[in-house]
Design a protein around this ligand. Structure first.
Ligand code: NAP
Ligand code: GDD
Length: 344
């Protein structure tokens, strides 16, 4: 009988980790997940995958080499997916050291341990479109990196020193996905898309008056997380390691996302005013969107739109869900979740 492949996922409690775990389980992998100690038990936080008999959770932390070594010894993975990160760009300005510790040194600790414990393992690392920073779209693998946040800087250092560096120096099989923004009903509630879908659903149900946002003009290339984890797996099935931009190729502004989510909820919107005085009103003239400077970042990435031709050609990857379908999926899920909570 063919031996089942083993995968270790760091960041399994996050959005991507949960979709990836489900995807690998369907492919008959044995899935291990590194989880850090938190006040709320991780078993409570990943309802979707935690109770599956093939997901084995191992306590550990990317800040702790001994725990990483133990996780590798226990799981002996064929494939490692390093998704763990301090992934909030806004917070990275407030907690730059934590961001550097996990997003840069964390990968270094993992690679150093993997090199001796599982030298043949194939490794995926989560890079990001935030590394492009100021560079104008469309961005691809050859575009200039010009990060503007501590998050982007830490991810770029990890990419240059460890992904490219260790691949070259030690011949390790390390791929990195330069993923553009991807969302889902499991997206963390502080990211702008989820904040919008939750707040508008609450406004629709009369549980909240107003959604307060920062920069409405920022543009992002938003795809569906379920589509993006397929690409991570595809990268590790290649003969040679590489770096791939994963994106839809279409961008929208934060304002567009608000309008699309409102339309899904049958809430027609109109905008008036400028800058921080801008407001969005519903058809009865109630102000349902306002701006607060506190949600602006010290430095902003204004415009991201990825060119994923390389992944489409070499991996045969393409996204399946459109922007409209993504907004519909997220809006409906939040409306249902909030209506259910209200009933119970
Ligand atoms: P997420 O939902 O914020 O999940 C982050 C995960 O990292 C969580 O499981 C978190 O655990 C874990 N983690 C944080 N610090 C850790 C530490 N010190 N040790 C071990 N685990 C730790 O992020 P995501 O959206 O799934 O993103 C996955 C990866 O892709 C991240 O590296 C992110 O930077 C990158 N990325 C994401 C996007 C996107 O649009 N989603 C785009 C490009 C790149 P807790 O549950 O305990 O907090
Ligand atoms: N979070 C947030 N909250 N963002 C807001 C708000 C708000 O109230 N108002 C406007 N925005 C703008 C931000 O300034 C940014 O330009 C845009 O909305 C998207 O913000 P986020 O959803 O927080 O995502 P991000 O693009 O900064 O970072 C995400 O994508 C990166 C890939 O490009 C994260 O998932 C990162 O981990 C990932 O690497």
């Amino acid at each position: 009988m063919k031996k089942r492949k083993r995968a270790l996922i760091t960041g399994i409690t996050g959005q991507d980790g949960s979709y990836l775990a489900e995807y690998l389980l369907k492919k008959n992998y044995e899935v291990y997940g590194l989880v850090r100690r938190t006040s709320l038990d991780p078993m409570m936080r990943i309802e979707t995958v935690a109770h599956h008999p093939n997901v084995r959770l191992i306590y550990g932390n990317l800040r702790d080499s001994a725990s990483i070594a133990r996780a590798l010894n226990e799981s002996k993975p064929d494939e490692i997916y390093n998704l763990a990160a301090q992934s909030d760009v806004g917070i990275s300005f407030k907690c730059p050291e934590e961001t550097m510790e996990v997003n840069y040194f964390g990968l270094g600790r993992l690679l150093i341990e993997a090199m001796t414990i599982v030298p043949k393992a194939k490794i995926y690392h989560a890079s990001t479109s935030e590394m492009f920073g100021d560079t104008r779209p469309p961005q691809n693998e050859t575009s200039k990196f010009s990060p503007v946040s501590p998050y982007g800087v830490a991810k770029l250092m990890a990419y240059e020193d460890y992904v490219r560096g260790y691949r070259k120096k030690y011949g390790m099989f390390i791929c990195s996905g330069i993923l553009f923004n991807h969302e889902s009903p499991r997206r963390g509630e502080h990211f702008v898309t989820r904040k919008i879908t939750i707040s508008l659903a609450k406004i629709k149900l009369g549980l909240q008056q107003c959604l307060i946002l920062g920069n409405l003009n920022a543009r992002r290339d938003w795809g569906f997380a379920g589509d993006y984890v397929r690409a991570m797996h595809m990268m590790l099935q290649q003969k040679k390691p590489g770096d791939y931009v994963i994106a839809t190729g279409v961008s929208h502004s934060v304002r567009d996302f608000v309008e699309a989510a409102a339309a899904e909820l049958d809430m027609t919107m109109s905008w008036s005013g400028k800058g921080t005085k801008e407001v969005g009103k519903d058809r009865s003239g109630n102000v349902i969107v306002k701006i607060d400077k506190k949600f602006y970042r010290p430095r902003e990435v204004h415009d991201l739109r990825g060119d994923s031709s390389k992944a489409r050609k070499e991996l045969n990857w393409k996204p399946e869900l459109s922007f409209t379908e993504l907004v519909r999926m997220m809006t409906r899920a939040d409306l249902e979740m909030i209506a259910t909570r209200r009933r119970s």
